[in-house]
Design a protein around this ligand. Structure first.
Ligand code: SF4
Ligand code: SF4
Length: 279
């Protein structure tokens, strides 16, 4: 028996909304008993896309976070059900029974990720089903995964040691969305937005020209990362922990070394950093 899961790579998501549209196309007006009733034509998507902006002008980053039901192993929506109206299949897929759940509005608020929507017309709570009706027909992945042009969504059997997803979940950088909820989700993420430190290096003896190819080192207790400034003199370290102290060291043999202590209590743009000739 498979145990289905998904890995969502935020760095690969460009916010094209193809996953959202594929979900709408599959479920709007379509009935798939006993798994799901038709999704309303407008609004109420089962694949939400959240836009997250980080930093302040002129260093602003935008990430898109696709959010389907995370198919949790320890799901409050299942625990809330009193009559089997929300249940987990042996393959890990959590479903809302469209007949038993009629009138059960309280199910909507049971999910801390707020991925359960209320279908006013049908009088039922609804959510992503991992396209279980298609998997039952032999499909290898849900419509959203098939529609994603960048490979941001990876789907498969978490218990198959040969599957790409089982290797992916064991690789570094895999994490849960809001682990503090303690839901043991079968949908996991890579490259969720973290803090960044950025800056721009200029050369004082060259009419403050942009400093291309200058070595910049970021140090913390765990070790160090090194990058070089680009042709605009810009550098950036992303994926950093919040509220941690880092040391930024800027070095070039013809210029005086600069060392700056930075705390990531927010995303940090150090702005223009002027390098003066050595000695
Ligand atoms: S993400 Fe929400 S709706 Fe989905 S299984 Fe977890 S608690 Fe239930
Ligand atoms: S289809 Fe893929 S790239 Fe487009 S928004 Fe969805 S996850 Fe992101």
């Amino acid at each position: 028996m498979a145990r289905y899961g998904m890995v969502i790579d935020i760095d690969r998501c460009n916010g094209c909304y193809n996953c959202f549209l594929a979900c709408k196309d599959e479920f709007s007006g379509n009935n798939y008993p006993p798994f799901s009733a038709p999704q309303p034509n407008k609004g109420k998507s089962w694949m939400r896309l959240t836009e997250k902006e980080r930093g302040t002008c002129p260093k602003v980053k935008v990430d898109y976070i696709p959010l389907p039901c995370l198919q949790c192993a320890d799901a409050p929506c299942v625990n809330k059900a009193v009559n089997g109206e929300v249940y987990r299949r042996p393959d890990g897929i959590v479903l809302i029974d469209p007949e038993k759940a009629v009138g059960k509005r309280e199910i909507v608020s049971s999910c801390p990720h707020r991925v359960i929507t209320w279908n006013e017309e049908k009088n039922i709570p609804q959510k992503c089903t991992f396209c279980v009706h298609l998997l039952e027909q032999g499909w290898k992945e849900p419509r959203c995964v098939e529609a994603c042009p960048t490979g941001a969504l990876l789907f498969g059997d978490l218990d198959d040691p040969e599957s790409e997803i089982s290797r992916a979940v064991k690789s570094p950088g895999i994490e849960e969305l809001n682990p503090e909820y303690g839901l043991k989700p079968n949908v996991l993420y890579r490259n969720l937005p973290k803090r960044f430190i950025a800056g721009e290096v200029l050369l004082a003896d060259q009419q403050e020209a942009c400093a291309d190819g200058i070595k910049v080192t970021l140090k913390d207790k765990a070790g160090k990362q090194v990058c070089e400034t680009d042709f605009l003199g810009d550098f950036e370290f992303d994926g950093l922990a919040p509220n941690q102290t880092y040391q930024i060291v800027i070095e070039h043999k013809r210029y005086a070394r600069q060392s700056i202590e930075v705390k990531t209590d927010s995303n940090v743009n150090l702005g223009e950093i002027m390098l003066n000739p050595a000695g």
